[in-house]
Each structure stands twice: as C-alpha cells, then as structure tokens.
Design a protein around this ligand. Structure first.
Ligand SMILES: Nc1ncnc2c1ncn2[C@@H]1O[C@H](COP(=O)(O)OP(=O)(O)OP(=O)(O)O)[C@@H](O)[C@H]1O
Ligand SMILES: [Mg+2]
Length: 191
C-alpha cells in the first residue's frame, strides 16, 4: 500500500463517497476531503457557479500538500498507515504540487462519461458545488500521464464495487477477474 493516495476527478465522480469508504476499508487509514481545505472565498465562488482560477487554487493546493506531508510523517511514526485525500487534482501541474512533499503518492482517477456525472450531480442534494460547473471541470481535466504513478477506474458501479476496483489496483495493479473493462492504466501501470 502506498503511503498516500489521492482520489481525483471532476465534480460528481465520487471522490468524497469513494474516498471515505476506501479509507475505511484500509486498516488505520486517515481520510481528508480537500473540499474542507478550501478557503471560504473559494467555496463561495464555486457555490455561485464561478469556476476557480489557478490563483484561487494555489493556496488550496498548498494546504492539501501540507496535509499530505504531515500525515505521511505521522503515518511513518505510527508504523505506516496511508493518508487518503479526496481532491479533484484536475491538472498535471496541480498534481505536481501535491507530489512535491509526497514522493510515494498514488493517484486514483475516478472516471465516467459526462452523462453519468451529470446524473449523479442531479441526484445530489445539499452540496455547495452546482452541477453547472461540470462542463468547466471536464474542460480543465488532464488525465494521468504515463509517468504519473496511478491508475484510472470507471465508476459505473455501486461504491463497494468501485472500491474493490481501486483496492485491486492499489494492491497488485491487476484488474479484478472479470473486471477488465473497468480498469485502465491511466498513469504508470502498477505491474
Ligand atoms: N458509485 C456510485 N454509485 C452511485 N452513486 C454514487 C456513486 N459514487 C457517488 N455517488 C453519488 O454521486 C454523487 C456525487 O458523489 P460525490 O459527492 O462523492 O462526488 P465528488 O467527486 O466528491 O464531487 P465534488 O467534487 O463536487 O465534491 C453523490 O450524491 C453520491 O452519493
Ligand atoms: Mg466531494
């Protein structure tokens, strides 16, 4: 198991849902939702339907990187327990900020087509992020590149099934039997 995992992807892909359940499934793992590290001004901006700029994201990404570095240090002292961060990490350069203090960081990109994402967002209640921001998130998204440690899973299944796909990728880098279409090496293949 890597020392830190970032569950990434656009709004509605299930980062908060899958990230929290993934952390619960890994003994001792600590979970943080990067939404909770946003300055209030960023949340207000998104809630009003305005996409964040790179300048808006900068202090937030630094806060995420600081959290990861602290949890990795704490995890090592505690005998090794992974930190799981749900964070959109849409662009390569955002991921570079997160990686800077966390060399053994693994990205798990939760992927779906725009229709499924829109349906999930339409069904969600009580969240500050409006469904109208999905288009700009998809435009901003840069998938994992070949030199990035991580992989991509499809989210067209119940959360527990998605988590099984993620755990299979994390532990062995191999698709679960019968599950091949749902698992793609998005970044570096974990073989
Ligand atoms: N595998 C799944 N199957 C069915 N519904 C799901 C699944 N994963 C998440 N959901 C539902 O989809 C909606 C979006 O999920 P979630 O809030 O976890 O996404 P998110 O990536 O954290 O979004 P944001 O970036 O806006 O915080 C929620 O209503 C959640 O309950
Ligand atoms: Mg979320």
């Amino acid at each position: 198991m890597p020392e830190a995992i970032v569950v990434m992807g656009v709004s509605g892909c299930g980062k908060s849902t899958v990230g929290a359940q993934l952390a619960a499934a890994i003994p001792g793992a600590i979970f943080m939702d990067a939404d909770d590290l946003h300055p209030a001004a960023n949340k207000a901006r998104m809630a009003s339907g305005v996409p964040l700029t790179d300048d808006d994201r900068e202090p937030w990404l630094r806060a995420c990187a600081t959290w990861l570095a602290a949890e990795i240090a704490g995890g090592a002292q505690a005998g090794g327990r992974p930190a799981v961060l749900a964070c959109s990490a849409l662009r390569r350069r955002y991921r570079d900020v997160l990686r800077a203090g966390a060399p053994d960081l693994r990205f798990v990109h939760l992927h779906a087509d725009a229709d499924l994402l829109a349906r999930r967002l339409d069904g969600r209640r009580g969240h500050f992020m409006p469904a109208t921001l999905l288009a700009s998130q998809l435009q901003t998204l840069e998938g994992l590149q070949p030199d990035e440690a991580g992989f991509t899973v499809d989210i067209d299944a119940e959360p527990q099934q998605v988590i099984r796909r993620v755990l299979a990728g994390l532990s062995a880098g191999q698709p679960v039997a019968g599950d091949e279409p749902a698992f793609r090496g998005g970044g570096q293949r974990l073989l």
